[in-house]
Every structure is written in structure tokens, then in C-alpha cells.
Design a binder for this molecule. Structure first.
Ligand SMILES: Cc1cc2nc3c(=O)[nH]c(=O)nc-3n(C[C@H](O)[C@H](O)[C@H](O)COP(=O)(O)OP(=O)(O)OC[C@H]3O[C@@H](n4cnc5c(N)ncnc54)[C@H](O)[C@@H]3O)c2cc1C
Length: 459
């Protein structure tokens, strides 16, 4: 297998015979060396097609590696598996200012695509904490969300065209720049959010927006969850389509991020129950700031919020958003942690988080509980610190967080995906018939089950 791979891509593009150990299966909080047969780096779609053809023929299991920032164990490997890493397919192929699109290879780091668009005064609205490491292929395959979903949608809404290679090596290419295309099934959607189980993404055409001319932000303190919902409605109405971020942090999380050992200073006192981070992207810096300021003033007068502060400079704006984005501070507070990424209808989130905290606090192996998230999207994350990683502890915590999901028609994964870690809970979000259809799709496109085996569903 290794010799055949070297024939396709050249010796320089295969790591094997112990050299693969210089790589990892994940880059956040783990530095265990990679266990795999080899790592292969295709440089073109044709390389990848030949590699997959070979793997299909030989029934060789493959795990795809992007930026390795996923939080669901999706890039873990076994010794017998081959890793295909897209790192060397990292070219921005075209930035079309008139169509307002950017065509990128799958190994491009998100931040590089954002910067390339910004250089031409255009805007790729995808943004999240791992943007400096996550690759386009991984982002598309997990249908990543992030901080501006509320206004611009998930990754899915930004993809106009896509190229992927099927597990048997067939290239499916549709690098279109058009917004509307109802000519049959929308095949690119098969690969978006499929976590690399149905094909490997090689190129993507993203739709771009005009670059906003102003960014204004505020952080407000609120004491009752009902007021969080009121404030969301109030800001959306008042900012007339320019509200782009409405992120919620519970007091315990805010305190942990703004007290030592964390280096971040608190922009507001830490005695409020909730903290909301607000972002508005507009076209006129002065007017937009004044409008946000007057809305915050009105919300204070109407007792919808208890306190609020607006970022008066770019430096203040960055420091407010660092508090929301740098959640690695939370994970560093415990030796072992468990991450959650659930969706619930917005009205039930306050009570559901209270219930989970109350039940988790009764478990003596739970050390820290940090809820925060994209409340305007109905998406809450928990980082839970615990004594160790035993299966009993993992299971007890899962049982509490997922207890009411099915009843509320929520989701076990709002944006991070299922990977290996959440597979056992897929049925809390999906019906038996839906899971059966997923299995049928997998079996049809990957009859030997070679591609990212065991992720999401097993045939
Ligand atoms: C600090 C931090 C903050 C985060 N915040 C968010 C957030 O707000 N919103 C959010 O949605 N996610 C968030 N994430 C999760 C993560 O960044 C995303 O899931 C990201 O999209 C993964 O991209 P990646 O390139 O790292 O993919 P990887 O981790 O390498 O892979 C993810 C999955 O995609 C598959 N894959 C990778 N490349 C390809 C390809 N070319 N073709 C087919 N399959 C492929 C892998 O096999 C795996 O199943 C965060 C992570 C961190 C560490």
C-alpha cells in the first residue's frame, strides 16, 4: 500500500515507517502521536482520485484530516488506517470580485480565505475561535456555524459550488458561482456536514458579501432569562438587519474567563446572572455606533438589562470578543473536560441549563460547569471539567445534558457534528427512519465502508 501510494504522489508526500508519528489526531488539548498506517498528502484532485481508487480496490480504511480542530473525536485513527491529509491542497484558486465568490482548495485555512476576501473589500462571514487552524474541507464537512449564523447562516448557506471525490475515486465537480440552481438534486449538500463519510471535499466556491464598513459591539448584564429573549427581539428590531452577533454567557463562565489565572479583564462587574455579547455590522461607523448606544440606553431605561458597556475603540472591541472566543481558557481550568454543543428552542434554554447545572452539581466528580453559546441560534455549549475520563463519568454527564433533548425536539449537535463521540446519541435527534436512510446513503456511496469508518452511522 505504501509503495503504491508513493507511486501516485511521490515519496515526499507520504509519511510512513514511524514518520507518521510526527503528526497528531487532534490539535486541541491532545498531543498524542498519530497511530496510523501512513499519512498521504494529495496535491491535486486527480492524486486524491487515484488514492481513493486504490483504497476502494484494496478495502483500505481511510481517515480524512483537515485542521484537526473538531471537538467530537472525528479524526482519531487506528494503526491499520490510512490518513489522507489535505494540507498541501492549500491554494486560493480565484477571487471573482464581480460574482463575489472565492474558489479555494480544501486545505486552505479559513482565516487565509477571510483575509483574501477582505483585501478585495469583500467579506466571508464565517467566523469562530478555531479560524486560524480549521481548513475549508473540515469546515464544509462539519457544516460549521460560529458567531454570525444568526445573520448569514451556517457554512451550508455560503457554499455555491463544490468538488468532491467519492470513496471509489469518482470525481464529482460542480464549481459553480451561481446562486440559484434547481436542475435536479442539490448534490453538493450530500457532502456538506457529512463529516467526510460520503466523499472527500477538494474545492469549494464560497459566496462573499460586501465588506461591512463598520463594526460596533457591546456587552450587557441581565438578571433574568426572559429578558435575554426580550433583548434579542428588541435589538433585532432596532438594528434592522445589522445585528450579526448575540452571544450568551452564564455568570459562572464569565467569572472564570475574567478572573485569574485568566488574563482577561472584566468589562462589566461579575454579579449579573447573564452576559450578552452584541455585534452589529453596518455601513456607517458613526451612525451605527450611535444607534447601538441609543438602543442600549433605551434597554437600560426599560429595565430590560441591568448594565451595559459599548466598545469605544477597536482595541476595546477586540478585548470584549476575546472573552467570548477564547474558550480554551475554560478547558484549561480542568485536567479532563467534556464538551457539549446542543440545540434547543430558544424559550426553554434558560430553564434547561438551570436543570442541568442543578443535577451536575450533585455529582462529586464534576469540578466545573461552564455554559455559553450562540443563544440567538438556540445553540448552547457546555464545557464540563471532571475528575477523570472513565466511561461511567462520561456516561453520567451525557445522561444529564441530553435528558430533555428529544422531548424538546432539540439536537445533540448544533454545529460540531457527531464524529465518534456522539454517535450513541444520534437517535435523540433523529428518527429510526432518518438513521436508516443515512445508512443507505453511506452503503450506496461507500459499499466497502472505507471512508471515515464508524463516524455518524455504521451500515
Ligand atoms: C476553540 C474552538 C472553537 C470552535 N468554535 C466553533 C464554532 O463556533 N462553531 C463550529 O461550528 N465549530 C467550532 N469549532 C469546531 C471546529 O473548529 C470545526 O468543527 C471545524 O469546522 C473543523 O475544521 P477542521 O479543518 O479542523 O476539521 P478536522 O477537525 O480536521 O475534521 C473534521 C471532520 O471533517 C472531516 N474532514 C476534514 N477535511 C475534510 C475534507 N477535505 N473532506 C471531507 N472530510 C473532511 C474529518 O475527517 C472530520 O470528520 C471550534 C473548535 C475549537 C478548537
Amino acid at each position: 500500500m505504501i509503495a503504491a501510494l508513493e507511486k501516485i504522489v511521490g515519496q515526499n508526500n507520504v509519511l510512513a515507517h514511524g514518520k507518521e508519528k510526527s503528526r497528531f489526531t487532534h490539535i486541541w488539548k491532545t498531543d498524542l502521536p498519530l497511530e496510523a498506517l501512513a499519512v498521504v498528502f494529495p496535491q491535486t484532485t486527480e492524486d486524491l482520485s487515484a488514492i481513493l481508487k486504490l483504497c476502494h480496490q484494496e478495502k483500505q480504511e481511510v481517515v480524512v484530516h483537515g485542521g484537526l480542530t473538531n471537538l467530537v473525536g472525528a479524526t482519531q485513527t487506528e494503526k491499520k488506517q490510512l490518513v489522507i491529509a489535505l494540507d498541501k491542497m492549500n491554494q486560493i484558486e480565484e477571487l471573482d470580485e464581480k460574482s463575489r465568490t472565492i474558489t479555494v482548495q480544501a486545505g486552505v485555512i479559513l482565516e487565509n480565505a477571510i483575509d483574501a476576501a477582505a483585501d478585495k473589500n469583500l467579506f466571508l462571514p464565517l467566523s469562530f475561535g478555531a479560524k486560524g487552524s480549521a481548513q475549508v474541507g473540515g469546515i464544509v464537512s462539519t457544516n460549521a456555524g460560529g458567531l454570525r449564523v444568526f445573520r448569514y447562516g451556517m457554512t451550508r448557506q455560503m457554499v455555491l459550488g463544490l468538488e468532491a471525490v467519492l470513496p471509489d475515486g469518482t470525481i464529482i465537480s460542480s464549481l459553480k458561482k451561481i446562486i440559484k440552481d434547481n436542475s435536479g438534486y442539490d448534490l453538493k449538500q450530500l457532502f456538506i456536514g457529512a463529516e467526510g463519510t460520503l466523499g472527500i471535499v477538494t474545492k469549494v466556491v464560497f459566496r462573499l458579501q460586501e465588506k461591512p464598513q463598520s463594526r460596533s459591539s457591546a456587552i450587557v448584564g441581565i438578571n433574568h432569562y426572559e429578558q435575554v429573549i426580550q433583548m434579542l427581539k428588541f435589538m433585532e428590531k432596532g438594528l434592522a438587519g445589522t445585528l450579526t452577533g448575540f452571544e450568551l454567557m452564564w455568570q459562572r463562565t464569565y467569572r472564570a474567563i475574567t478572573q485569574p489565572p485568566s488574563a482577561y479583564a472584566p468589562p462589566l462587574p461579575d454579579h449579573y446572572t447573564y452576559y450578552v455579547f452584541i455585534e452589529c455590522l453596518g455601513s456607517n461607523a458613526e451612525n451605527d455606533f450611535e444607534r447601538l448606544e441609543s438602543l442600549i440606553g433605551e434597554a437600560l431605561e426599560n429595565e430590560m438589562i441591568e448594565d451595559g458597556v459599548l466598545a469605544q475603540s477597536e482595541r476595546e472591541l477586540q478585548s470584549i470578543w476575546k472573552i467570548r472566543e477564547d474558550v480554551s481558557v475554560l478547558a484549561d481550568l480542568a485536567k479532563y473536560d467534556q464538551h457539549f454543543d446542543i440545540s434547543l428552542p430558544i424559550p426553554v434554554i434558560g430553564a434547561e441549563v438551570d436543570r442541568a447545572i442543578e443535577q451536575l452539581e450533585k455529582l462529586d466528580f464534576v469540578e466545573k460547569i461552564f455554559p455559553f453559546g450562540h443563544v440567538a441560534d438556540g445553540n448552547i455549549h457546555f464545557i464540563i471539567g471532571k475528575k477523570d475520563n472513565s466511561p461511567e463519568i462520561i456516561q453520567a454527564i451525557n445522561a444529564i445534558i441530553y435528558a430533555e433533548l428529544a422531548r424538546h425536539k432539540g439536537s445533540v449537535s448544533a454545529e460540531h457534528g457527531i464524529g465518534l463521540d456522539k454517535k450513541a446519541f444520534l437517535s435523540t435527534s433523529r428518527t429510526a427512519n432518518e438513521i436508516e436512510l443515512m445508512q443507505l446513503l453511506k452503503k450506496t456511496l461507500d459499499p466497502h465502508g472505507i471512508l471515515n469508518p464508524g463516524r455518524i452511522v455504521s451500515p
